[in-house]
Write a protein that binds this ligand. Structure first.
Ligand code: S3P
Length: 446
C-alpha cells in the first residue's frame, strides 16, 4: 500500500487494582477546537495566537501539514502557537504527501479545504486512518466539482486534484458528522454561491462558532449550517478550553469509586458535546458546574464530580449517544460498574472510529470477566465485578484510557496493550492520572 506512515513503538500500561481519584485536574486542550484553530488561523489574513493548544499527535499532524503548505507557525511553548496566516488563497503545494497519522478530523476537514486549492496534493494516514470511511466527505465534495481519488474501498490515500472551480450545493448528509459538515463548509468558502449542509441529528458546532470569530458569516438553525463562498477570514486569537472528551476518563474514574470527589478545571461544556454529563447524572453521579464562563465563544466550567455509593444502570439511546460519541468507551466502563444492565442503542458510528469501539470495549470487558454483549448498533452491559486481565486497546487512544480507569474498580492487575496512540489526544495522560490517584506504570517495547 502507498502508505509512508511509520507506526509508533509499542506502549503498555500496567495498572495495579484499586485507588481513588482526588483533587484538582486540568486536562489538555480540546482536540476538535485545536485542529480548527490551526486551520482557520492559517487561512486567515494576519497573525493569530492560539493558547491552550493540544500538543497531541493529531493536532501536531495538522500543524505540520500547514507548515508543509508554506504557513509559518511558531510554537512558542507546547500549548502556545503563533500562526502567520496566508489568506484563503495563500497555501502552497506541499513537496510530499501530507501524513495525517491517526487523525480523521485532519483528513476530513482538509479534504474540503484542499478541494478548493489550485494545486494537487495527497493525504495519507496510519493503518487505522487508512481503514476509515472517506466517501462520506468525498462524495459531496465531488458534487461540488472536486476531483478526489480514493482507494476502491473509498479510503485513504486521498489524491486531491485541482478542480475547475467549486460550486455551492445544498447537501442532506445521511450521517450527523461534524467532520463532514466542517469539510463541506470549508470547501464552501472556495465555492461559487452558497453551500448548505443539513444533518439528521446534532453534531458538534465548533466550526460554526470559530468561523464566526474569524469574521465569516455562517448561517445556522434547524439542523442546517451554511456559508457563502468568497468570504475571507480575519486573524483572531483562540483560547482553547480543556477537552471534555479527555476529562471524561477522569469523570468516569471518579464516578466508579464511592467516596471520590474530583474537580476538573476549565472544561469545555459546549451543548453539542455535553452528553457525558447527562449520562453520568442519570447513573447517579453528582456533577456540579462551577464558575461557568465563556472562553472565546465556547462555554466552559469547572466540573466537580462526586461518586454515588452505587451507580445505576440506564438505557442510552441515539440522541444522547450523538452528544457523547467520543465518550462512549468510558461509558462502557461506568456501565460495567453499575447495578443492573445498561443498554446502549443507536451507536453504530462507534464501529468506524479509530477502532471498532463496540467490539473493542465488549471484548475488553469480557476479558475482565464482565458480561458485555455487542449489538450492531450498541451493547448490553451487565454490571458486576471487574477482574484483572489483559486488554487489547487496538491502538485506539480512547479504548486504552477507558481500560486504564477500569483498574480503579478491578480486583486484580490490568494490562492494557498498544497504548502509544494515547499521545494523539492526551499527551501526559499517565503522569496526570498517577498524580490524581491511578496506580499506572508505562512500559515501552522497542
Ligand atoms: C470530530 C467529530 C466527531 C468526533 C471526532 C472529532 C470533529 O467525528 O467523533 O473525534 O472534530 O469534528 P464525526 O464527525 O465522524 O462524528
Amino acid at each position: 500500500m502507498n502508505n509512508l506512515h511509520i507506526e509508533a513503538p509499542a506502549i503498555i500500561y500496567h495498572l495495579a487494582p484499586g485507588g481513588r481519584l482526588q483533587g484538582r485536574v486540568q486536562v489538555p486542550g480540546d482536540k476538535s477546537i485545536s485542529h480548527r484553530a490551526v486551520m482557520f488561523a492559517a487561512l486567515a489574513e494576519g497573525v493569530s495566537e492560539i493558547t491552550g493548544f493540544l500538543s497531541g499527535e493529531d493536532c501536531l499532524c495538522t500543524m505540520r501539514a500547514f507548515r508543509a503548505m508554506g504557513v509559518h507557525i511558531e510554537q512558542l511553548a507546547p500549548t502556545h502557537l503563533r500562526v502567520h496566516g496566508v489568506g484563503l488563497h495563500g497555501l502552497k503545494a506541499p513537496d510530499a504527501p501530507l501524513d495525517l497519522g491517526n487523525s480523521g478530523t485532519s483528513m476530513r476537514l482538509m479534504s474540503g479545504l484542499l478541494a478548493g486549492q489550485t494545486f494537487a496534493c495527497e493525504m495519507i494516514g496510519d493503518a487505522s486512518l487508512s481503514r476509515r470511511p472517506m466517501r462520506r466527505i468525498v462524495e459531496p465534495l465531488r458534487q461540488m466539482g472536486a476531483r478526489i481519488d480514493t482507494t476502491e474501498r473509498g479510503t485513504a490515500p486521498l489524491k486531491i486534484n485541482p478542480s475547475k472551480g467549486l460550486s455551492g450545493i445544498s447537501y442532506a448528509s445521511p450521517v450527523a458528522s461534524a467532520q463532514v459538515k466542517s469539510g463541506l463548509l470549508l470547501a464552501g468558502l472556495y465555492a461559487q454561491g452558497r453551500t448548505e449542509v443539513r444533518e439528521p441529528g446534532i453534531s458538534r458546532d465548533h466550526t460554526e462558532r470559530m468561523l464566526r470569530a474569524f469574521g465569516v458569516d455562517v448561517e445556522t438553525g434547524d439542523g442546517v449550517a451554511a456559508v457563502r463562498g468568497g468570504q475571507s477570514l480575519r486573524a483572531s486569537n483562540v483560547a482553547v478550553p480543556a477537552d471534555i472528551s479527555s476529562a471524561t476518563f477522569f469523570m468516569v474514574g471518579a464516578a466508579i469509586v464511592p467516596g471520590s470527589d474530583l474537580l476538573l478545571e476549565q472544561v469545555g461544556i459546549n451543548p453539542t458535546r455535553d452528553g457525558i454529563i447527562e449520562i453520568l447524572r442519570r447513573m447517579g453521579v453528582r456533577i456540579e458546574l462551577l464558575n461557568q464562563r465563556d472562553l472565546g465563544g465556547e462555554p466552559v466550567a469547572d466540573l466537580r464530580v462526586v461518586a454515588p455509593e452505587q451507580l445505576k444502570a440506564i438505557d442510552i439511546g441515539h440522541d444522547l449517544v450523538t452528544l457523547a460519541i467520543d465518550e462512549m468507551p468510558a461509558v462502557f466502563v461506568a456501565a460495567a460498574c453499575a447495578g443492573g444492565q445498561t443498554v446502549i442503542t443507536g451507536a453504530e458510528e462507534l464501529r468506524v472510529k479509530e477502532s471498532d469501539r463496540i467490539a473493542a470495549m465488549c471484548d475488553g470487558l469480557r476479558a475482565l470477566g464482565v458480561n458485555a454483549v455487542a449489538e450492531p448498533d450498541g451493547a448490553r452491559i451487565t454490571g458486576g465485578t471487574l477482574h484483572g486481565g489483559t486488554v487489547d486497546s487496538r491502538g485506539d487512544h480512547r479504548i486504552a484510557m477507558s481500560f486504564a480507569m477500569a483498574a480503579l474498580r478491578a480486583d486484580g492487575p490490568i494490562t492494557v496493550l498498544d497504548c502509544a496512540n494515547v499521545d494523539t489526544s492526551f499527551p501526559g495522560f499517565a503522569a496526570l492520572a498517577k498524580r490524581a490517584g491511578l496506580a499506572i506504570s508505562v512500559h515501552s517495547q522497542a
